[in-house]
Design a protein around this ligand. Sequence first.
Ligand code: KG4
Ligand code: ZN
Length: 345
Amino acid sequence: MMKQKPIYILSIESSCDDTGAAVLCDRKVLSNVIANQEVHAKYGGVVPELASRAHQQNIVPVVQQALQLANIGKKDVNAIAFTQGPGLMGSLLVGTSFAKSLSMALEVPLIAVNHMEAHILAHFIENEEQQAPPFPFLCLTISGGHTQVVKITDYFTMEILGETIDDAVGEAFDKSAKLLGLPYPGGPLIDKCAKKGNPKKFHFTKPRVEGLNFSFSGLKTAILYFLQKNTKENPNFVEENLYDICASIQHTIVEILFDKLKKAVQQTGIKYVAIAGGVSANSAIRNKLISFEKTAGWKTYIPKFEYTTDNAGMIGIAGYYKYLQNHFSEQNITATPRLKMNKEE
Ligand code: KG4
Ligand code: ZN
């Protein structure tokens, strides 16, 4: 049989505060460049206007570096994939406009990608350590903007079984961290501090939410009151108990997530279970998922660290599968901040 020619995809991610570009050869990531935006740290959160300006500055050098590291030229690229949404309008516009112009200039197809689908499809990036999950599988997609339990029956056939009715889990981490005086984004710092603390030291009530949906805004308020009460009695309370507070908050979040994930497995009978999104970098969440292999006979899938938080590698793999299906976009496609799954607008 004749070997198929390899497909080179250049992908661009600019949905929030990181500018990413990657080059894939089929399912293999050749380069995956990310420019993190430092400007937001001092504001304690992402400032949309500053984010889009930083994307404009970063996009050309980031794309150039991705091509260089992959050791290919622009002429070798078979298609340009980009994040159409969901995300911040100003940020998405930079990536969308750039991708459209580049596809026109290079005369190659343009492929629009849904950021949330891409987080999940990151599991299909070639990985010598782990096989990709078989269909159908469940994925707990957890990021700064989303918290979803998704049933995936095919690359682009995904059904949301449950999602947050208020804050996303990443927000719960970041807002808790802010209350503790930790810089943005606080999620990774809570993870780090929690490793040295006692997760059972402090108790926070879990929300009661119907079905497979989540809620995290109550936890944030509970933490606020908890800290107000305790610092009144002891002004050094946070300082003296930081590790235990972080461990207890993280423990509560893990319990909330896995109560629902267990329920989803029970309801669907699907035991192939993955996690994806920025918060899936969390060590307690990764360990908890793995523990279900032994205790409940699940087969679990954990993404490599570099494909958890926002990156263009995941946009590239989603682009690759669309390329195989000849699923291309026209030049009149627009950035869509509230893009839904399984939809292109
Ligand atoms: O997927 P992502 O990079 O961006 C969005 O699409 O939102 O997710 C970013 C979120 C932030 O809230 C960040 O605090 C959180 O992921 N995060 C973590 C960890 N690493 C990143 N949260 C908890 N533990 C971590 N290790
Ligand atoms: Zn994301």
